[in-house]
Structures are given as structure tokens and as C-alpha cells.
Design a protein. Structure first.
Length: 331
């Protein structure tokens, strides 16, 4: 059988695609690794696409892709990348790897680097590759991932995680971050930055998935502290004490704190911070108020306090968050 890779002296990357492929994720791998060049402008990687067998693979769009290689490509690859697929219901609901998928993954040669994009992490986890490691996936699926794979430590807030031989990334575009990271590891910052410039993306993004997740707090079934919460939401810009909140429900501070935690699942102080962070996000996205004004309007008082709380909650500064999400002339 003829070799799959025509330039074995280059780093060989195989992308394993499945029915239901998200085409953008396949494009990310070919674009980032395909653009990496040495000083003589020679390609540093050879990238091939493979599937369970050569032929047509369905995507989640209205077209298919024609894949020339079967799983034999995995046996020659230095790096194997598994993108997401919308046809992985069994993996996402039961965490079970099919016999066919297990057979395909067995082609991966010992020592090869293995990475996933988005929910491709379900494949690695179901194969036992992530047991005892930290991993991430798209934030929408982190809860089910953690439930299905208790041996894996799930971090829903990061863009990617590097555990040495095994790497995982969050949703879709974070595949760019992960692939740039691998280029940086293999060939240094200058090469990775050149790829980023030519692809017109940042070489490194601040923060993680947390800044992209809206986290409205669920309304409790029991409402013994509902009046106090509604009152506080109208006054987030004011200094609010625990005693102020307790008085709204005619309770002692101790009783109010206990009832509040039972209903909401966190302390009143934690709840206030969460609500103020969400308000600050809205103001940074939807207004041209200065960071000092946003800090005051959201109840943090000072820009320093706002920065500290936003960094803790989202991993980014107010200015970085606004640059990412602000629309219009004031961006």
C-alpha cells in the first residue's frame, strides 16, 4: 500500500472526520497547520483528512466532503485531531464508544499526539484517553460530559487544555487557539504568530469560555426571599448590606441567610456579585459608559473592584471584554 503522506519528513497531521462533521472545524486544522512555514517558506506540516473508510462523509451543512483516506492514515500520523460531529448522540447521551470507532482509533500509533476540537472530546473520553486528566469541551456540553466521564476533570471555562500527549479544546473557534498552541509548541512563537497574522486572528486570546456564557441564575421554586431579591435587583448600584436584605423579609440575618442559601444555592453576597457581574457585562456590551461609570452603576464602586471581580468571574479585564463584545461606534 502506498504511503498516505507524501512528505514523511514533515510533521504529519491526520484529521479523523465522522458523519455530521462541522466543516469549519476541518477547515481550521487545514488552515492553521497548512499556513505554517519555515524561514525558506516551506510547509512545516502535511495535513490529510481521513475517516472510517474512504468516500463521502456527511456534514451538518447541505453538502458532503469526499475523503480519500481511511483509518490507515492514523498509523502514520504524528498528530491526530478529532473534530466534533453532530452524529454522536450515543456518545453524548450514554458515553459509549462504538466497536467501529474503537477499531478505527486502534490505528493510532503509540506516542502520537492526540487532540480534539469541541465535542470531539467525547470520543477521546469514551476511549479512556482522558481518564485521570483535565479536559474541556463546548460549554453547553460540559455538565453531561462530567456526568458521563467521572474519571475526567472537566474545566468549562478555558479555551483549551494541554495535558502533554492529549489536548482538548472548547467550542468550534477555540480549535484555532488549540492549533496555534500546537504550532507554537512545535516551531516557536514567531511561526505561530505568522500563521495568526496571515489568518487574521489573534495569536492568543485572553480569558476563556466563561466570557461567552450567559449565566442567569435560576428562580427558586420556593420564594421566601423573593421580595428581597427583587428589591436588590433594582438597587444593584447601591451599597446593600445583608441586614438590608433581611429586613425586606422581616427576618433575622441568620434566618435570612439560611433561607437564601437553601433557595438559591449560594450566599446572598455571592448572589449579589453574580448579579453585578451580569449587569456590568450588559453595560460594557450595550453602552459607551466609561469603565469607572460601569463600576459605579453595577455596584462595584471602583474600576479596580470591577476589574478584580470580572477577572475572577470571566478571566478578562473590562476593557478586553468590551473589545470582544461591544458593537457600534463606541467599540
Amino acid at each position: 500500500m502506498a504511503p498516505v503522506f507524501s512528505h514523511p519528513e514533515r510533521h504529519r497531521v491526520a484529521v479523523l472526520v465522522r458523519d455530521g462533521l462541522l466543516p469549519i472545524e476541518l477547515g481550521i486544522v487545514h488552515r492553521v497547520f497548512g499556513m505554517a512555514r519555515d524561514a525558506a517558506r516551506e510547509p512545516l506540516y502535511e495535513v490529510v483528512t481521513c475517516s472510517y473508510e474512504a468516500g463521502h462523509v456527511r456534514t451538518d451543512a447541505d453538502f458532503t466532503i469526499n475523503v480519500d483516506h481511511g483509518p490507515e492514515a492514523l498509523a502514520e500520523a504524528d498528530t491526530v485531531i478529532v473534530p466534533a460531529s453532530h452524529d454522536q448522540h450515543q456518545l453524548e447521551s450514554r458515553g459509549i464508544l462504538s466497536a467501529r470507532t474503537a477499531e478505527v482509533l486502534a490505528h493510532i500509533r503509540p506516542g502520537a499526539r492526540i487532540a480534539s476540537i469541541c465535542t470531539g472530546a467525547f470520543v477521546l473520553a469514551a476511549a479512556g484517553m482522558l481518564d485521570g486528566l483535565r479536559a474541556t469541551t463546548h460549554w453547553m456540553y460540559c455538565d453531561s460530559f462530567a456526568r458521563l466521564f467521572p474519571k475526567v476533570t472537566v474545566d468549562p471555562d478555558v479555551l483549551y487544555i494541554d495535558e502533554g500527549r492529549i489536548l482538548t479544546s472548547a467550542g468550534v473557534a477555540s480549535g484555532i487557539d488549540l492549533c496555534l498552541h500546537m504550532v507554537r509548541l512545535d516551531h516557536g512563537t514567531a511561526v505561530a504568530n505568522d500563521v495568526a497574522r496571515r489568518t487574521v486572528v489573534p495569536p492568543h486570546r485572553d480569558g476563556g469560555q466563561a466570557q461567552y456564557i450567559r449565566r442567569p441564575l435560576p428562580e427558586p421554586q420556593v420564594a421566601a426571599t423573593a421580595k428581597a431579591r427583587a428589591w436588590a435587583l433594582d438597587r444593584l448600584h447601591e451599597p446593600l448590606s445583608l441586614r438590608d436584605l433581611a429586613q425586606r423579609e422581616s427576618m433575622s440575618v441568620r434566618t435570612f441567610t439560611r433561607r437564601f442559601r437553601d433557595e438559591v444555592g449560594m450566599s446572598p453576597g455571592q448572589w449579589l456579585i453574580r448579579q453585578r457581574v451580569e449587569l456590568a457585562r450588559e453595560l460594557l456590551e450595550g453602552t459607551d459608559r466609561s469603565v469607572d461609570q460601569v463600576a459605579e452603576d453595577a455596584g462595584f464602586g471602583t474600576a479596580v473592584s470591577l476589574r478584580q471581580h470580572l477577572q475572577t468571574a470571566l478571566g478578562v479585564s473590562p476593557s478586553a471584554y468590551r473589545r470582544t463584545f461591544r458593537t457600534g461606534e463606541a467599540a
